[in-house]
Design a protein around this ligand. Structure first.
Ligand SMILES: [Zn+2]
Length: 239
C-alpha cells in the first residue's frame, strides 16, 4: 500500500492471539523481523512480522484472522487470482478436475474459470460459504471441512488434476499437515498451486521451508520456489 493520504481510515483488522511457536516447524526461536509500513515502530493497528530462526519461515504474529475485507484488498486479491491462474495455465492448460482449498465464496475458481472454461472446479472450506458458492454454480461439488479430516481425505484421495491453496496455508494452525493432505488428494502427475499472502508486497513472506517440503514429498517445483506463488508437480505413481 502506498503512503499517500488515505481517502478513508481502513477498518482495524482483527488479530488472532499471539503465538509462541513457528506455524511451520514448531520452533520457539522467533525473531521480530519488520514492523508495519507505518512509522519506524509500526502503526499500532499493524501486525508485526516475525521470522523463525530454525526454518526461516516469515509470518505475521499475531496472525490476521479472516474477516470482512477492505475493498482495496479485495481488488488486489482479484488481481492475484488472475496471476495465479495464469501461472498454472503455463504448466497445466487443460486440467479436468480442480479442488480449491479454503475457497470461501469460491472467488478464486470464479476468476480461474476465465482461463479454464472446461475444468470442473470443486471447493472445500471450513465454513458453509462453500455451499452458497455451489448454489450459485461457482463450484460443482462443495465440501465443508478440512483436508485433514479423515472422511474428506479418504473420499478425495488422488482425485484431482489441480489442487490450489490460495492464501490458505498462512491461515491454518498446521500448514505442513494441510500441505501433505493437499498432495494426497492430487493424482500423480497433478499440479499443486500455492499462493501465500504477502500483504506488504515487499516482504519474502513465502516460507522457504515450503519448497523443501514439496521436494521431500516427491514433487518437482516448476516455478517460484522463492516467490510467494509456487507451482509444483506431484511426480511418480502412487506409492
Ligand atoms: Zn520454523
Amino acid at each position: 500500500m502506498s503512503a499517500t493520504s488515505a481517502p478513508s481510515v481502513p477498518p482495524v483488522p482483527p488479530y488472532g492471539p499471539y503465538r509462541e511457536d513457528c506455524p511451520w516447524c514448531g520452533s520457539r526461536r522467533l525473531r521480530a523481523r519488520l514492523r508495519g509500513d507505518g512509522p519506524r515502530q509500526g502503526a499500532p493497528h499493524r501486525s508485526p512480522v516475525e521470522r523463525c530462526a530454525d526454518c526461516r519461515h516469515v509470518f505475521r504474529n499475531p496472525p490476521l484472522t479472516p474477516g470482512p475485507e477492505h475493498p482495496l484488498v479485495r481488488a488486489g486479491v482479484r488481481f492475484r487470482h488472475r496471476l495465479a491462474a495464469r501461472a498454472l495455465y503455463r504448466h497445466c492448460p487443460e486440467p479436468e478436475s480442480w479442488l480449491d482449498v479454503g475457497t470461501g465464496d469460491a472467488e478464486f475458481p470464479r476468476a480461474a474459470r476465465t482461463h479454464f472454461p472446461y475444468t470442473a472446479f470443486d471447493g472445500l472450506d471450513a465454513t458453509h460459504r462453500v455451499l452458497r458458492a455451489r448454489a450459485v454454480e461457482r463450484v460443482e461439488e462443495a465440501f465443508v471441512g478440512r483436508l485433514t479430516d479423515p472422511h474428506i481425505a479418504a473420499r478425495l484421495r488422488e482425485r484431482y488434476d489441480v489442487v490450489s491453496l490460495f492464501q490458505y496455508l498462512e491461515r491454518v494452525v498446521d500448514p505442513r499437515a494441510e500441505l501433505r493432505a493437499a498432495l494426497r488428494v492430487l493424482r500423480p502427475g497433478g499440479h499443486l498451486l500455492v499462493d501465500v499472502a504477502d500483504p506488504r508486497r515487499l516482504l519474502p513472506v513465502h516460507p522457504l521451508g515450503l519448497g523443501a517440503e514439496l521436494v521431500a514429498q516427491g514433487c518437482t517445483i516448476l516455478t517460484g520456489s522463492r516467490g510467494h506463488r509456487v507451482v509444483a508437480r506431484k511426480d511418480g505413481s502412487a506409492p
